[in-house]
Design a protein around this ligand. Structure first.
Ligand code: ADP
Length: 395
């Protein structure tokens, strides 16, 4: 029987899934992929087959976000088993955002690991509680099915203690208040894919820009993470779709002290109402902002580019220079104008964008005179999860 893996990426506003079958060699065959995004009032679950053709679209019932999240998972599980003629997949791989200092690699989930994952939930409130809920549902429904947790933080464990340290008293660091970094599954996928595209430069000083709704940068040397812009939580670093990014902690103290907002309201402000959405007052969606002539939308895009360019400078400093720059994520993969702007802001580092190659969506977007080559590498976090899950059950 073919080994198949269901991957789940559960967040507050989306549930994404894929099904892969193990094919010959190290190949994976995509069988199904789908998502229920923006779990608002009229959420729909869309399912595509391996050829990326839409094969099903269903509305997701439920009065609250939590109910729709649970209903979306039920629909995914039913859809996957119906499509496979009633057969059950062999393993489930979950994206789990925060592994703290506990989880350095993918783990099989049992009651103890689930407790630890649940305890880390306050550190990633947009994702972790939803991954926990999905794990619990599947545990109850399929008691014998192996479930594997793949952590976004794990890729950054190669960073030095100093790179992970905040300027706080040592006992807080020892208690776990440190930089963890996120988007690790994406960085791992891109780092593995880069040598085939870019050759030996992939092994030198590389900065990967993962620019999606969530956005961060990672500095890699020899394929290993040396520094990253996100920290203790996925709130730090670049400004994002709805997250504020780096902020003077004095602002948070001020917001809490002035007594007009509860802790939960400040949390919602920083995670859900800030970033591109907060600055533009229009949308968190980069495509929409780029299409707008509203001055606040223009400023939001300017601020995003500025934040990425400054971050690249910081990552280059962590590496004492840079040899290659890689764009990935929804914005990094699809927005040629933003890539060009960011590359031009990095001319001082030796980046010379090839506007035609960039606009044409080629893999390499710099010209022959560029000291630093720049690349576009589509990320596939689901494939990375599937590989980890299959490797885990094959041990
Ligand atoms: P997530 O972090 O939720 O996985 P994605 O990586 O899918 O998000 O990125 C979503 C972002 O990518 C949105 O802001 C969307 O507008 C942006 N995006 C997708 N395609 C384009 C495009 N052609 N031009 C500009 N932005 C785009």
């Amino acid at each position: 029987m073919t080994t198949t893996v269901l991957t789940l990426n559960s967040g507050s506003s989306s549930l994404k899934f894929s099904v892969f079958a193990e094919a010959t060699g190290s190949r994976l065959k995509l069988q199904l992929r789908g998502d229920a995004t923006d779990l608002g009032g009229d959420t729909r679950l869309r399912v595509e087959n391996g050829a990326r053709e839409l094969i099903r679209e269903r509305s997701v019932p439920g009065k609250s976000r939590a109910e729709r999240q649970a209903a979306a998972l039920d629909l995914v599980l039913d859809t996957v088993s119906t499509e496979a003629g009633g057969q059950l997949f062999s393993v489930v791989g979950h994206r789990v955002v925060h592994g703290g200092d506990i989880f350095m690699r993918p783990v099989g989930i049992d009651a103890d690991t689930l407790t630890s994952i649940r305890e880390l939930s306050p550190l990633a409130p947009l994702h972790q509680p939803y991954a926990v809920a999905a794990i619990e549902t599947i545990m109850q429904r399929y008691t014998k099915l192996p479930q594997i947790a793949c952590f976004d933080t794990a890729f950054h464990q190669t960073q030095s203690d100093t790179a992970r340290r905040y300027g706080l008293p040592r006992e807080l660091h020892d208690a776990g208040i440190k930089r963890y970094g996120f988007h690790g599954l994406s960085y791992e996928f891109v780092a593995r894919a880069l040598p085939a595209l870019a050759g030996p430069v992939a092994d030198r000083r590389v900065i990967i820009a993962h620019l999606g709704n969530g956005a961060s940068l990672c500095a890699l040397n020899g394929g290993q993470s040396v520094a990253t812009t996100m920290g203790f939580t996925p709130l730090d670093g670049l400004i994002m779709g709805t997250r504020c990014g780096a902020l003077d902690p004095g602002v948070v103290l001020h917001l809490l002290r002035d007594g007009t907002r509860t802790v939960e309201q400040v949390e919602a402000l920083l995670y859900d109402q800030s970033g591109l959405l907060g600055v533009s007052g229009i949308s968190s969606d980069m495509r929409e902002l780029q299409a707008s002539t509203d001055k606040n939308a223009v400023e939001a895009v300017d601020l995003f580019c500025d934040s990425v360019a400054r971050g690249i400078g910081a990552m280059a400093a962590a590496l004492s220079g840079v040899d290659a720059l890689v764009f990935t994520g929804g914005i990094g993969e699809n927005s040629a104008p933003l890539r060009e702007r960011i590359c031009r802001a990095c001319e001082w580092l030796g980046v010379r964008v090839d506007a035609i190659a960039n606009a044409a969506g080629r893999a390499c977007i710099t010209n022959g005179a560029s000291k630093v080559s720049a690349w576009v590498v589509p990320t596939r976090e689901d494939e990375m999860i599937a590989r980890h899950a299959l490797a885990y059950i094959a041990r």
